[in-house]
Design a binder for this molecule. Sequence first.
Ligand code: GLC
Length: 578
Amino acid sequence: MASGTAIILLLAAGLLAAEAAAPWWKTASFYQIYPRSFKDSTGNGIGDLNGVTEKLEYLKEIGVTATWPSPFLKSPMADFGYDIEDFKAVDPLFGTMDDFDRMMTRAKQLNVKIILDFVPNHSSDECDWFKRSAAGEAKYKDYYIWHPGFVENGVRRPPTNWVSVFRGSAWEWHEGRQEYYLHQFHKKQPDFNFRNPVVREEMNNVLRFWLERGVDGFRVDAIYHAFEVEADANGNYPDEPRNDWTNDPDEYGYTHKIYTVDQPETPHLVYEWRQILEDFQAQHGGDERILMVETWSPIEIVMHYYGNATAEGAQIPFNFQLISNLHRDSDAYHYEYLINNWLSLMPSGKSANWVIGNHDKNRVGSRFGADRVDLFNILLLTLPGCSITYQGEELGMLDAYISWADTVDPQACNGAEANYMAMSRDPARTPMQWSDEKFAGFTTGSSTWLPVAQDYAQRNVRKERGVSLSHLNIFKRLQQLRQEPSMQQGNAEIKAVSKYVLAVKRHMSGSYVYISLFNIFNSIENVNLNGVFSGLPDNFQYALVTDKSIRQLSDKVSAGSVTLMPHESIVLRSTEML
Ligand code: GLC
């Protein structure tokens, strides 16, 4: 008896230790803020850091534990902050370094982690380093990728056929230096030369600078572009092979990207940065600092960013599998495959993350249908690992209509009016909808940098707070469910019940079994869960319903027969613990 008690105590102590040791980010709920559009505190129609600080309590209200604001550093704003002029200064449009410090202090009081958007692939052409590089100053000469190009029949042409993500040649002629420089994005975003160790150290110092100022980690922008193929002995670069689906040399898809992205050196850069975080940690203690890396690469390559046998990499290589591969007509088998494929390819001991939207993609409700907003929120928040939500998705914000005249996104402006809507990222970047006041309560000013979406009076934080089954309240309810032990640490089984219904089971002994069910299409479906999962308790109750449901919270239901209404997603909880 006495030894039995001792064992139980030991087990309990072990569990507590495991809980204490579980790093914060593993089951964090991340929230991406687009600062220009979150909250304007000055009335100039553009959001800012004081606006973010003012709304940190809202993040707390909706159960968010960490936020990643898009860049707010000094920038000419050719790509709205992704073109950085000074990597160690706040842009006056967004505030001051004191405002940043205040935001950090408030975030720490509320226990909301702050992740800095780190943009290493390129700087602005107005960055001092670029100006000095263009002037040929010895130290800076090779900070960027330069090449004189070739002269044929008296006409100068760029060094290769490489194309910019934002259309047109990836090479821009610089009159001053009489050479071309490489820019994989906008011509005002020259690419750094990461083969130059001085550049690497410069960027390492940027990381150290912001760690010192208290950030909890970095979202690493566009990492797969960091290296290009090495130049040959003559300093020349090879053309990329052509894709045959377009003859337009200005279209990004014109070449097959074998020399400009996903070079083998790139994950090692991330390993080097992880080491900087580890060294900082060793010196300063505190909670683990993290790296979240953006790479739109084949899944096998993405996995390298987690680390290798000898080095740790990013804790969170963004999982874009759902964003990139799911479509409106994808069936449950497709969802099941994409989710399980990530989980099975992930190196052992690593954690998963789930993303469905960001500032570069159309709104979830516009891509998949407004009827599926809750479905994706429930999926992201009940899968094992951390979730990453883009601002406004908790409200089910939809793409706004932005006319050509109002369009500001360089990715759209570099193209033509005829197809700008297919390219524009503006519709998902409109101001956050706080209330039904003028400009959705985003600003007290007289205009906004992008128009507010037309439906703001129906879809806003204030209104959704008051509607029991609003997207917002479902999001909040999910965050409570996420605190349950089975959701935090339990095993996960993801199965398609049929082509229409997806099921996610979370369970651990000594806890309730949770099952989320997703009816993807618009038919009524009946599900026998015993045929899907083994060892289920007989009885469940509704732990989360949506406005599609005809059942109420806490209603009882048998595992043998659960009916789902069109597009309904629910969470069930076993009435007894396992
Ligand atoms: C990333 C950002 C995108 C930006 C690009 C260039 O993909 O998410 O918004 O335009 O990098 O920095």
